[in-house]
Design a protein around this ligand. Structure first.
Ligand code: WTA
Length: 665
């Protein structure tokens, strides 16, 4: 099912529509600027010689077993090779070299479990654990190039498992623990994973929730490549066991030696695959490789977050199941030798001040989170953060979706004590690392704007014809030069890679986002212009949810739109036509919502399901989602989930009558 493209001039969040009237400015304080890691010379340096700039970053920030010969090989564009000829190991760069440099006693991870249990790992301890895990994986038959699926809650073993894979050159494919067995099954099969690493369960909102049954179900649906399942004991709940296939993580680790030499791999060796939603039903396996990815993760983590690894305590609240968790809760901070906090649970357990208690407890100095979370804590009130000493914070970051200026201002004032810079960072699973962001000691920030491409990155906003728009205008966000952490393709589907990202405009990367350039040329990202929705900073595909709905026996047709939502940015709204004769029953909406949760995961459940008799279509049969979006957004959001057909159709026809042209393609 396709739909007409939406226009970049339609911002997704209600508060974004008057965004360009925003005239508040936040320059860095002189004190912050005076001690800042990144200075304005970085821009000049990168502009003088972009490739030379990246080569210097790669050599300064990482330790190479073999130096590279060529910074960028773009001869086979859009398939890039960065730092060709070089060899390195990502886990060695995140671990051993810090121990060798005498920083083995520095804490790498302060883990805070949801029930209140805590564990800290120094760099020496984390290195030891990863070495053992690497040996354990080798023992299970995992070899260089084999894929390992990781389906874990936010616990240290997730990072340990990822790094153990990196250590032996086995690309990992982390699947978010909130995805269903069906979603896990398709990801395991697409990547042909040999081993799955999971846990009995994890904690969520005060109760243990199971994970292992989803792995069992995913494999039962057919996953011939899986030879072993390694199970971390987290909650202690009972688990079904398949002898010969399943093995406890702690048994495997205890049996493994703590001696292990990291194997250097080529710079372009695959580091991981991460599935993300695209415009078609099937999630795309985004492929990242080693040298370029790690260089840009380390570079951005250091400069955007103004990292002082000796003194800072950094906390990224993202789950490792998403790209932010990969780049900024594992590879970036560990490559830079940072001390970080990892938290298993939700912000409201046991109380709505849990995050602030954690900030105070560990004296967190850098916090990186998503606008949805900021809007949520904002709704809970200022008195909760006020109960805790947040004076350790000196920098705040935002990622995942456009941040409305009010949330930005609140974040800085209430959480940052009116003192901290706020960096709004734009990037994607595909870009691997931050691309557009202020530099905290240099840029005068505007609330709601990601501002300017980082030194070394070249971005622009194009119109329909592929020409850069003048300042003050909107269009499509594009990246006009290759960058080190760029995706190297879609796993197993090079054509789809070219078509998805490199065909909309010639020779430039089309990000799928609409953006505006303000009068100063600063960039305001407005949200997706394709069939991808952004719900609480999580990417969901309209077509994927439509396919899930249509796979239900009672459903004949379905159309899904992302409707603006004050809290989550967008919310999933579905319009469904039932099969002739299907018994609607009083709970059809609940039944369908649960079906989507089973097919994809609870995060994809529609907020609203409206049963309709017809869907508005163009003459060529394309669903006019824009009209459905109008309906979904104007409708009073309540519990009424079955809309009478006539009402929907009247709303829709009224719209059609007032815009006769809208019926055309
Ligand atoms: C959106 C998350 C506005 C955007 C790192 C992008 C943002 C999609 C921002 C990628 C931001 C991310 N301002 N929008 N600072 N950061 N986005 O792959 O629509 O989960 O295309 O990567 O999130 O989502 P993904």
């Amino acid at each position: 099912m396709t739909s007409e493209p939406s226009r970049p001039s339609q911002p997704n969040h209600p508060a974004l529509s008057n965004l360009l009237q925003e005239d508040r400015r936040f320059p860095p304080s002189p004190e912050f600027a005076a001690q800042a890691v990144a200075t304005k010379e970085l821009y000049d340096e990168a502009a003088r010689d972009r490739e030379g700039f990246w080569a210097k970053q790669a050599r300064e920030l990482l330790t190479w077993s073999k130096d590279f010969e060529q910074t960028l090989d773009w001869s086979d564009a859009p398939f890039a090779k960065w730092f060709a000829g070089g060899q390195l190991n990502a886990a060695y760069n995140c671990l051993d070299r810090h121990v060798e440099a005498g920083n083995g006693d520095r804490v790498a991870i302060h883990f805070e479990g949801e029930p209140g249990d805590t564990r800290s790992y120094t760099y020496a301890e984390l290195t030891r654990e990863v070495k053992r895990a690497a040996n354990a994986l080798t023992e299970l038959g995992v070899e260089r190039g084999d894929r390992v699926a990781i389906y874990l809650p936010m616990i240290p073993e997730a990072a340990i498992a990822m790094l153990a894979c990196a250590r032996i050159g086995a690309p990992h494919s982390v699947v978010f623990g909130g995805f269903s067995a069906d979603a896990l099954n398709s990801r395991i099969n697409d990547a042909q994973a040999k081993v799955v690493i999971t846990s009995d369960g994890g904690y969520r909102r005060g109760t243990p929730s199971a994970l292992k049954p989803a792995v069992d179900a995913a494999i039962a649906k057919g996953a011939d490549t899986v030879k072993h399942v390694l199970v971390v004991r987290r909650t202690g709940q009972d688990v079904d066991w398949t002898d010969g296939r399943d093995m406890w993580w702690h048994d495997a680790i205890e049996a493994a030696s703590e001696e292990h030499t990291a194997a250097p791999v080529d710079s372009e060796h695959p580091l991981f695959i991460l599935y993300t939603s695209g415009t078609t039903g099937k999630p795309k396996g985004i492929l990242h490789t080693t040298g370029g990815y790690l260089t840009q993760c380390a570079y951005t983590h250091k400069n955007v977050f103004d990292l002082k690894p000796e003194t800072d305590v950094y906390w990224c609240t993202a789950d490792v199941g998403w790209v932010t968790g990969h780049s900024y809760a594992v590879y970036g901070p560990l490559a830079n030798g940072a001390t970080q906090v990892m938290y298993e649970g939700t912000p409201d357990t046991p109380g709505r001040d849990r995050w602030w208690a954690i900030v105070a407890k560990y004296k967190v100095s850098i916090l990186y989170t998503a606008p949805t979370a900021i809007r949520t804590v904002m709704k809970w009130g200022e008195q909760l953060p006020a109960k805790h000493d947040l004076s350790s914070l000196r920098l705040l970051g935002s990622v995942g979706e456009p941040i409305n200026p009010e949330a930005w201002i609140w974040y800085r004032r209430v959480i940052g004590g009116d003192r901290t810079p706020v960096v709004d960072t734009w990037w994607q699973t595909e870009t691997g690392a931050i691309m557009i962001s202020p530099l905290p000691g240099v840029t005068e920030a505007k609330p709601g704007s990601a501002m300017v491409p980082l030194p070394g990155i070249v971005a622009d906003v194009y119109d329909d014809e592929g020409k850069p728009v003048p300042t003050g205008s909107g269009g499509y966000l594009v990246l006009t030069e290759p960058w080190p952490a760029m995706l190297r393709g879609i796993w197993g589907d090079p054509e789809r890679y070219k078509e998805t990202y490199w065909s909309r405009f010639e020779d430039v990367y089309f990000a799928g986002d609409g953006a505006k350039k303000d009068d100063d040329g600063d960039i305001w990202v407005l949200g997706r212009v394709d069939d991808v929705m952004n719900v609480s900073g999580h990417r969901l595909s309209t077509t994927e949810i439509e396919s899930a709905l249509v796979s239900h026996e009672k459903v004949a047709e379905a159309a899904v739109v992302g409707a603006a939502d004050e809290m989550t940015g967008q919310a999933v709204c579905a319009f469904v036509i039932l099969r002739g004769g299907a018994d609607e029953g009083p709970d059809i909406a609940t039944e369908l919502r649960n079906h989507v949760a089973k097919e994809i995961g609870p995060i994809a459940k529609p907020r609203q399901i409206m049963i309709v008799a017809e869907l508005p279509k163009t003459r060529s049969g394309k669903i006019m989602r824009r009209l459905l979006k109008d309906v979904a957004e104007n409708r009073e959001v309540g519990d009424v989930t079955t809309l009478a057909d006539t009402t929907v159709m009247r709303l829709i026809t009224d719209k059609l009558a007032s815009q006769p042209k809208a019926q055309e393609d």
